[in-house]
Ligand binder design. Structure first.
Ligand code: PNS
Length: 174
């Protein structure tokens, strides 16, 4: 009789607006822990993101094409429902500093209460990226600052182009 081994599926959810070196480091490291890692891009209709969910998915797909067990999908609604749909039992989150901890703990406990079979594991962010966030990248780029220490070269040009377009629109309004 053939015994079928259950494959270990993890989910790494986030807004990724845009994906940073910190995110990519967590993806690379967690891809080694699971048979399959799904990067879940929140569609997030409430906020107005810099990039659409499709654009964010494409960027991450392109930057993780060397990782055969990584799949990138977008989701709307509750993370626990997306995890069920993808048959994932574990959520991965990166922890940068204690300031992240309270929110992350609350989110992990809420998710586990709503879906008892679903655990959250935390990977500590690489020290090189401990300060880094997508919002910092957007902030620096919005003032035309250099962002090549924070995001991959492909993303640098896309963020610059998008922020430039927003600046032009705002200048025209004034
Ligand atoms: O990278 P982010 O923006 O910190 O990611 C936050 C994310 C996407 C993990 C979180 O907002 C989320 O899971 N949103 C989906 C809605 C949901 O399930 N909320 C309840 C969690 S307590």
């Amino acid at each position: 009789m053939e015994i079928q081994k259950e494959i270990k599926i993890g989910i790494y959810p986030g807004s990724f607006d845009p994906v940073t070196f910190g995110h990519l480091d967590i993806i690379e490291r967690s891809a080694q822990v699971f048979d399959k890692l799904i990067v879940g891009v929140l569609i997030n209709s409430a906020k107005k993101p810099l990039f659409s969910a499709e654009e964010r998915v494409r960027m991450i797909q392109s930057l993780t094409s060397h990782l055969p067990n990584v799949e990138v999908n977008s989701f709307d609604g509750l993370l626990v429902d997306f995890a069920k749909q993808e048959k994932a039992k574990v959520i991965v989150r990166g922890l940068r500093a204690v300031t992240d901890f309270e929110y992350e703990l609350q989110m992990a406990q809420t998710n586990r209460t709503m879906c008892p079979g679903l655990d959250t594991i935390f990977l500590t962010t690489d020290l090189r990226y401990a300060y880094l966030s997508s919002s910092i990248v957007r902030e620096v780029a919005s003032y035309n600052g250099k962002i090549d220490r924070f995001v991959s070269p492909e993303i640098v040009s896309l963020v610059k182009e998008r922020c430039g377009r927003i600046r032009n629109k705002e200048e025209k309004k004034e």
